[in-house]
Write a protein that binds this ligand. Sequence first.
Ligand code: PGA
Length: 250
Amino acid sequence: MRRCLVAGNWKMHMTVAETESFIVRFLPLVGAPNAEVVLFPPFTSLDCAGRLLRETNVGLGAQDVYFESKGAYTGAVSPGMLVACGCRYVLVGHSERRHVFGDGNDVVRRKLDAAVVGGLDPILCVGETIAERRGGQTNTVLETQLEAGLGGLSEAALARVVIAYEPVWAIGTGETATPEQAQEASAWIREWVGRRHGRAAEKVRILYGGSVKLDNARSLLALPDVDGSLVGGASLDPDGFAAIAAAAEA
Ligand code: PGA
């Protein structure tokens, strides 16, 4: 049985004070959810969020990580620093990291490996652009990203990984994949895991992300191969995000 995971990726939003007021409002609203609920604040809010979420039912993750453990890497944050703030999860290969900051598949893999070694559970994000979808390249792109991210990974490491299918054309655009598109891609990803890693396919959690809102969350979360959602914009409002978390339980 795969436990549903609802992740809120705040991106470059929320000061420390805003993080604190969000969490104070959110915790009683979300209560003791059946689904696993995890917040991904910006680096500057992780320490504050980690303190407020300690011993609650809501988990903590970071939006990115660097693959070295320490040293002269200006601006970078290591896995150990994230664990020390209370993070369990980290996003790797989010489309904004790939497309705005130029993280290539090789860098994504180094981050994923460093996350696992450093004690974090990576959420590997994969997804095609609209041109790639229109060109019939969706599965090829997914395969390249999956192979680079997860090919040859040990069974123990793979057991720590969550995969997020996030079509680039659906992120922050208000355009969501239809349930059919989300199911088709997620089932294809699970098949790929089955081909490369056997039984792990039944256990790996696959999230959908891209303009998830309360009104489409229920139908996306009900899909057989979708085990949760990665929510951007709609996770910035505590009431709205708590309602999405509640939809995950239904
Ligand atoms: P969005 O972002 O929900 O605002 O489309 C999703 C994501 O980037 O993870």
